[in-house]
Design a binder for this molecule. Structure first.
Ligand code: SAM
Length: 215
């Protein structure tokens, strides 16, 4: 896929590879947040550092409506934030080799499978977005994996425990990532995302953190 669907509020507009390159040009860092949901992480990262270009991607455009409206509004405009509608399985070719940092926070559905199983073919597509040495930060709602009945109802009972599976690190390797950390966290993680707060705050749920570097 070479084109993008850019989300601006409730509007979806076409953006081609040249348009993306133009937006990114001049940024010292590019962060790609896949499964961005409400896009809070992207807005925060873009506000924190104007030199960093932040791209939020989600399969569901509606989730990004508010954040993308904010990012394009006159008063709160962020030139360094962009929201794209797209599935992790079909990331646009023009994103290849652009990211310094790739994030996947509290994914569900097929995106959870990509990083938790992992689904090597599609994890490799995420890796392809990164420059050599790019970092990957994954945060998973670990309570899902502690409840095998729930996992079965999700149709994901075939996924081995990603916190302990011996197969996970080599599979990440096959996809182009060297895992640097795999640890279980209690309490709020150090990044602010809507689902991170919703799931973790005031609960006993733990987060599985997987960090990796594009090899
Ligand atoms: C639980 S929400 C987390 C949103 C955000 N990262 C956060 O932490 O608040 C999971 C998001 O993943 C998106 N998603 C699920 N599968 C996806 C896929 N294959 N490609 C892109 N986005 C996907 C959903 O649309 C949803 O917005």
């Amino acid at each position: 896929m070479s084109g993008f669907k850019q989300v601006v509020g409730r509007k979806i507009v076409d953006l081609d590879g040249a348009g993306l390159a133009e937006r990114i040009a001049g940024a010292s860092r590019v962060v790609v947040d896949v499964g961005t949901g409400e896009g809070r992480f992207v807005l925060d990262a873009a506000r924190a550092d104007p030199e960093t270009f932040c791209i939020g991607i989600d399969a569901a455009a509606d989730n990004m409506a508010k954040a993308s409206r904010q990012a394009s509004a006159k008063k709160s405009r962020l030139e360094n934030a962009l929201f794209l509608r797209g599935a992790a399985e079909h990331l646009p070719d023009a994103l290849a080799g652009t990211a310094h940092e790739i994030c996947v926070h509290y994914p569900w559905g097929s995106l959870m499978r990509i990083v938790a199983q992992p689904d090597v073919e599609h994890l490799a597509r995420l890796a392809a977005c990164g420059l050599p040495g790019a970092t990957l930060s994954v945060l998973l709602n670990y309570s899902v994996f502690e409840d095998r009945d729930y996992l079965e109802r999700l149709g994901m009972a075939d996924i081995a425990d990603p916190a302990s599976s011996d197969a996970l690190v080599p599979a990440y390797g096959e996809a182009g990532f060297t895992v640097t950390e795999r640890s279980l966290l209690a309490g709020d993680p150090d990044v602010r995302t809507a689902w991170g707060r919703h799931l973790v705050r005031g609960s006993a749920r733990r987060t599985l953190k997987i960090d990796a570097v594009r090899s």
